[in-house]
Ligand binder design. Structure first.
Ligand code: COA
Length: 154
């Protein structure tokens, strides 16, 4: 059974290994360890029998959510894990943020499809945002209707 857990020291090495397999400038195990103590950071880790299958993170700063990274190990893709983790991140942000946003390589059609499926909209392009290789980023944002939810709460 796959469970969603928070980022814990015992997951940091496996998370860093997935990160390394997915990105050309990966965060290190130490970087993920620091995120555990970062009060602005929230991570969701998908775990099956103590094996990490994926992770997703967000920094929440002054009521704005910035997705830091999301990845699923190659052998566990297309099983709904990415969607499950991102939905959890969105739920966490919904109560605390006016929006959640991210950057994604223009060529990363699978990630873009995931974000569109969960309601993210393209806001623009950051030219040459990425290195190794140099590539533009698409800025994608999901706005939460805070006014409506504030009214609901009254
Ligand atoms: C993007 C990523 C996290 C998706 O994770 P996943 O667990 O495979 O995705 P899911 O199985 O939950 O798929 C959910 C939706 O994402 C989209 N999607 C995922 N993989 C896709 C693919 N290969 N092609 C097209 N759409 C895809 C689809 O909309 C899918 O919905 P559907 O199954 O109803 O078609 C995964 O491909 C990954 O780790 N990629 C490498 C790291 C990366 O690029 N991260 C994003 C950085 S911005």
């Amino acid at each position: 059974m796959i469970i969603l857990d928070t980022l814990k020291p015992e997951y940091a090495l496996q998370v860093a290994e997935i990160e390394k397999a997915c990105f050309s400038l990966p965060w290190s195990e130490d970087a993920f360890m620091s995120e555990i103590d970062n009060p602005l950071a929230t991570y969701v880790v998908a775990v099956e029998d103590e094996t990490v299958l994926g992770f997703a993170g967000v920094h929440i700063i002054a009521g704005e959510g910035y997705i830091t990274n999301i990845a699923v190990c190659e052998t566990a893709r297309r099983c709904g894990i990415g969607e499950m983790m991102l939905k959890r991140i969105i739920d966490i942000c919904k109560s605390k943020c006016t929006f959640v946003t991210l950057e994604v390589r223009v060529s990363n059609t699978s990630a873009i499809s995931l974000y569109e499926k969960l309601g993210f909209e393209t806001l623009g392009i950051r030219k040459n945002f990425y290195e190794k290789p140099t590539e533009d980023a698409v800025i994608m944002t999901l706005n939460f209707n805070r006014e409506e939810s504030d009214n609901d709460a009254v």
